[in-house]
Design a protein around this ligand. Structure first.
Ligand SMILES: Cc1cc2nc3c(=O)[nH]c(=O)nc-3n(C[C@H](O)[C@H](O)[C@H](O)COP(=O)(O)OP(=O)(O)OC[C@H]3O[C@@H](n4cnc5c(N)ncnc54)[C@H](O)[C@@H]3O)c2cc1C
Length: 488
């Protein structure tokens, strides 16, 4: 391929943008196509009542100098953004049936803090923390790619590991209580995902003033600076395969863009219908389409009166639920709730926040009666469902954040249906395809597909979250670059 290869990226989620950035910097002719009005996918923000709200993003780990996300983000020039380090002595605060526990930053401080609450468990906590350390060194040494340590942790059940390593049931619950950022399925979750996510947050935890949109916009600007294109309100409606290779994509207004290769940052179940029937073997499509997806979320975003509610530089996790694992049973709201509480960094430097997000896992089944509806036309029973759950969430957090009482100006509620219709995640799933330690080969999707010039990226492929998606984007670009000579 003598001329500059034309790369089309479907979807401007974090993974699509990162691939666009790396490949445009590498000199390729990149065009990122996004059907939404804004770039960012799950990272995007929206404005309501004069204020900016995040659709999903709350915090990241490992942004301290020399830590994994800091190293990766320096490539995208994201380290200079207004990151705010959460309180070192307690970045996450857990309330389990009313009892309080602090997660402190730094492996030793984290272990010491928990050992004060569970003195008999000190050696077990040390063993757990060593496992987190090992998973982080594996990540760092391989730049995110799997090595023998990560492969072993991937093939181990996170639930089983905790059962064996931590004899105290309450401590097991505490260690898992901040993990609403993954699907805590006892029968499938690989230890590596649990360790990789928890380990980076134990290292250091950060919010971003301005929210996730700042990340997405900064990367999109970088692509344009490298000469690439980022087009919003542009939906890919077809991908044309000629003699086994993609030769062009078709857009919603019937525009045709010829290309040399395509990277898909969308869920495979949204990708397959874009390809003509027969482009991929039925068995490949059926196998991937049948994989399970993570839960969605029910979010209650509170717009607060000015100068009324003190900003907390930590997250709060409240569990009044019998089960922290077995996330597939969390819809049983009669038996309690699991809620993450996230405070927005004040943009004006004040000590009061204007926005708190309450975040609860919710399955697609819970919104099943309304899946055939569109926004604003879902009916009164849907509005009642939202109101009932929003009131329950607010009552559950009130004892822990009493200053919200009387200071809520407006409430914005989202369900998995909202995410499906606005961020276009498959069935509103928050974290994409669930990985299974016992079926790694079938649940960790390869970046390469049977079509030689079609590549995958994004949270469905490998790991979810800002860190996981960034690691995958780098791997996707590596595969694209090494495949180029074969594609010419
Ligand atoms: C509620 C919520 C909270 C979260 N909180 C955090 C957090 O605090 N920290 C963290 O690290 N991670 C968090 N995550 C996870 C993280 O946001 C995601 O893992 C990551 O952003 C996913 O990026 P992605 O590249 O896979 O694509 P996505 O974000 O899924 O983006 C895909 C994009 O493709 C577009 N698209 C789809 N079909 C087409 C088409 N046919 N043509 C053109 N465009 C198309 C969509 O509109 C979308 O913009 C959260 C996720 C959710 C849902």
């Amino acid at each position: 391929m003598k001329r500059t290869p034309k790369v089309i990226i479907v979807g401007a989620g974090l993974g699509g943008l990162e691939c666009g950035y790396l490949l445009s910097r590498h000199g390729m002719d990149v065009c990122v196509l996004e059907q939404g009005a804004q770039v960012g996918g799950c990272l995007q923000s929206f404005r309501r009542h004069g204020l900016q709200f995040d659709t999903g993003f709350h915090y990241v780990g490992g942004m301290g100098e020399g830590e994994i996300l800091h190293q990766l983000f320096s490539e995208f020039r994201l380290t200079g953004l207004p990151w705010v380090k959460l309180d070192t002595e307690c970045f996450d605060e857990v309330f389990l049936d009313g009892e309080h526990y602090a997660f402190a930053n730094g492996y030793d401080r984290f272990a010491d803090e928990l050992s004060k609450k569970f003195p008999q468990q000190r050696p077990h906590i040390a063993e757990y923390v060593n496992m987190l350390r090992r998973s982080q060194s594996a990540l760092l040494s391989q730049g995110g790619a799997a090595d023998s340590t990560s492969e072993t942790l991937l093939a181990t059940s996170a639930y089983q590991y905790l059962q064996e390593c931590i004899p105290d049931e309450r401590l097991r619950k505490v260690l898992s209580a901040t993990s609403l950022k993954m699907d805590l399925r006892a029968d499938t979750l690989p230890l590596y995902i649990f360790a990789q996510i928890n380990g980076t947050f134990v290292q250091s935890a950060w919010r971003l003033r301005g929210g996730g949109q700042v990340i997405a916009d900064t990367i999109a600007d970088g692509i344009r600076t490298h000469g690439g294109q980022v087009r919003t309100r542009t939906r890919v409606t077809g991908i044309h395969v000629n003699e086994g290779s993609i030769d062009h994509v078709i857009l919603n207004d019937n525009e045709i863009i010829p290309c040399d290769l395509v990277i898909s940052d969308i869920h495979p179940n949204a990708l397959f219908p874009l390809l003509e029937e027969g482009s991929l073997r039925k068995r490949y499509v059926q196998r991937i389409s049948s994989l399970e997806n993570s839960f969605g979320v029910f979010t209650v975003q509170l717009l607060l009166k000015e100068g009324a509610v003190r900003y907390r530089n930590r997250n709060i996790f409240i569990h009044n639920h019998a089960k922290i694992w077995h996330s597939e049973t969390w819809d049983d709201r009669q038996n309690g709730t699991s809620i993450g509480v996230h405070f927005s960094v004040p943009t004006d430097g004040s000590e009061y926040t204007r926005n708190i997000d309450l975040f609860m896992p919710m399955s697609w089944q819970e919104v099943a009666p309304w899946t055939g509806t569109r926004p604003t036309q879902r009916g009164n029973d849907y509005d009642e469902f939202k109101q009932r759950n929003a009131e329950a969430a607010i009552s559950a957090v009130l004892p822990y954040i009493p200053d919200i009482q009387g200071n809520i100006e407006k409430i914005i509620v989202s369900t998995p249906l909202t995410y499906r219709d606005y961020t276009h995640t498959f069935e509103g799933s928050a974290y994409g395809i669930c990985k299974d330690y016992d079926h790694l080969i079938s649940t960790m999707l390869p970046i390469r597909t049977p079509i030689p010039n079609l590549f995958l990226t994004g949270q469905n492929v490998n790991f979810h979250g800002v860190l996981g998606v960034t690691v995958t984007a780098k791997m996707t670009c590596g595969q694209v670059i090494s495949a180029l000579p074969m594609l010419s």
